[in-house]
Design a protein around this ligand. Sequence first.
Ligand SMILES: Cc1ncc(COP(=O)(O)O)c(C=O)c1O
Length: 387
Amino acid sequence: MTWTMARRAERLNPSTIRELLKLTERPGIISLAGGLPSADTFPVAALRQACDEVLAQHPREALQYAASEGFGPLRDWVAAELEAQGLLADPGRVLITSGSQQGLDLVGKVLLDPGSAVAVESPTYLGALQAFAPYEPTFHALEGDDEGPLPAALAAAKGSRFAYLLPNFQNPTGRCLGAARREALADAALAAGVPVVEDNPYGELWYDAPPPPPLAARLGGQSVYLGSFSKVLAPGLRLGYLLAPAALYPKLLQAKQAADLHTPTFNQRLVHRVLATGMLPAHVAATRERYRAQRDAMAAALSAHMPAGVHWQVPSGGMFFWLTLPPALDAAALLPRAVEAGVAFVPGGTFFPQGGHANTLRLSFVTVPPARIAEGIAALAGVLRGA
Ligand SMILES: Cc1ncc(COP(=O)(O)O)c(C=O)c1O
């Protein structure tokens, strides 16, 4: 007997990043490769107390099956949060998801047929390319400049089922769209009739100034907005959410039902309980302070050590620096040498929907303490100089 796989199975690829992380987990390696938040920021005490309270007060409900839409009070909290950011967000259009990664999958499932065009930034979040790929779309890479995707490129993507955009501290480049570019992109999307899927897991991680309002504030019903508790609380909770227009919500809900019935009830109640204590603003402020110091340490180390010909911009938020090497260098080919020298990064080519750009790489500054960041950057600079 042989297994005959569906065509979409061919489109399921291992994340090169996950494969790489195995390599970089070797003891002694300074890994600037991971996309993980710092475990030192996890609010363990608050979660432990919330655990006790939920189990003491609502054990039967917290451990039972529940509505696919999500826990009502958590949906209310999300809607209020989004309203504060300028979105028109009634709780009835909020769907709690198992991480925003699931939101990406649901959007792909509901909106994509084989051959549908999806407009994406180039580079973009690899996990989104992975989530959409099994639905067999063609990726239309949006041309961009230093400030982000070009409105004219979005206008030219007319006919796409949607544009997938990351305005805040993009993964992988760390780039944040300015207010004028946001407005121009939203207007181009409205004019071309291209709906926007806006992914915002990093918006709270700003270190210089809060980002401008979301694209969805201008786009209204022509957008799906995705958010996450992964970077502000803990990713292991697998808790995210989406805000969808009324025309799309029922189908996304049915897709969610088919996928996993609902996001774990216990986790939703736990997080709602933690949020109800009012701890989040101070918690996020402390995380910002920690990450800002690490960002500054990486900026200083790059300036001190990198040879001429290596380019980067200091990100104003998020978790990543994006480096461009001289054109002749191939970051993936250099990775084994870097690991040999005790430091790891993610080669940038993997983030481009059409490949290429081998001379780019991504560095995370949030999981390694400042002194080790400096050490890691010095080692990486040595490898680049040698190349
Ligand atoms: C841009 C982007 N979107 C979505 C996700 C998925 O996050 P979640 O943990 O909410 O599924 C990530 C995770 O790193 C990300 O970087």
